[in-house]
Design a protein around this ligand. Structure first.
Ligand code: GLN
Length: 282
């Protein structure tokens, strides 16, 4: 209850912040604002319908396991290191599984397949730096938020693109089915957007000049810019977002248990510790 209120407050604060700070990005800001408001409304109605769940009611896709779907090309949230999936989401999920007394199993798939896998119960949860959106809330539930993000624009260091407005008429690379894809397609038109399975592929297209910019979440953007010569992130922020764990609407007990675990990890400083390990303070 308290956590839901916090999310709503955070979403509304984000929306207000956008309204105040986004002079010159009128379109983007107002769309984000209305989206965040609707998300807040959906979260509020979900709360009304939620019943007190019991951990014993949790249904697992595979007994004894917490099965998580992700797309492991999204550093620092999930990526491969020595053939193992590591990152903030992987570590937080590991601790959630421990608290539930089960083993974590991670399934790597395309980002666009995660929601379906959660919805059909093929996996227990989706954790992939996934943003809470009004549209996704129609098919899955989300836990309390555990991170905030912002969509940013990556360009070449010598690019003439300096603001979101300058993207008009340019080719923009995105990761398919992500919020970056949704915003870019809405604001710039389908023809302007080139979709890639992995963020890394979109960035490679920018480096080789196939696209003029990439719209992606801020932390992966920092990783990609650090790993490639000659790229920079524009100061202009595109839109504010909340990351949460996606769960099936039929598994309220799991959602509640995840919220409890996340609450404990926030309260005892573990979440901050994990975040600081992967995102060193600037
Ligand atoms: N936060 C973005 C979204 O939810 C991107 C997530 C990702 O690419 N893993 O759409």
């Amino acid at each position: 209850m308290k956590n839901f209120k916090k999310i709503i407050a955070a979403l509304l604060a984000g929306a207000m912040l956008m309204a105040f700070t986004a002079c010159g990005t009128a379109n983007t800001a107002s769309e984000t604002e209305s989206m965040n408001e609707s998300v807040a409304e959906s979260a509020a109605s979900a709360e009304d319908g939620a019943s007190a769940a019991d951990a014993a009611d949790i249904k697992f896709a595979t007994a004894g396991k917490l099965t998580m779907a992700t797309n492991a090309s999204f550093p620092p949230y999930e990526y491969y290191e020595n053939e193992k999936i590591v990152g903030i989401d992987a570590e937080v999920a590991e601790l959630i599984a421990q608290k539930l007394g089960v083993e974590l199993e991670i399934k790597d798939m395309e980002f666009g397949s995660i929601i379906g896998a959660v919805q059909t119960g093929a996996v227990d949860m989706g954790m992939a730096g996934m943003t809470v959106t009004e549209d996704r809330l129609k098919t899955v539930d989300f836990s309390d938020s555990y991170a905030t993000a912002v969509q940013v624009v990556i360009v070449k260091e010598d690019s003439e693109i300096a603001t979101v407005e300058d993207l008009e008429g340019k080719k923009v690379g995105v990761q398919e089915n992500t919020t970056g894809d949704i915003y870019a397609s809405k604001d710039l038109g389908e023809d302007a957007v080139k979709r890639y399975n992995k963020g890394n592929d979109a960035v490679a297209a920018l480096v080789s000049g196939v696209v003029d910019a990439v719209i992606i979440d801020n932390e992966p953007a920092k990783s990609f810019v650090a790993a490639n010569e000659g790229l920079k992130i524009l100061d202009t922020s595109y839109a504010d977002e909340q990351y949460a764990v996606a769960t099936s609407k039929d598994n309220t007990a799991l959602t509640e248990a995840i919220n409890k675990a996340l609450g404990e990890l926030k309260a005892d400083g573990t979440l901050d510790e994990i975040v600081n390990k992967y995102i060193p303070a600037e």
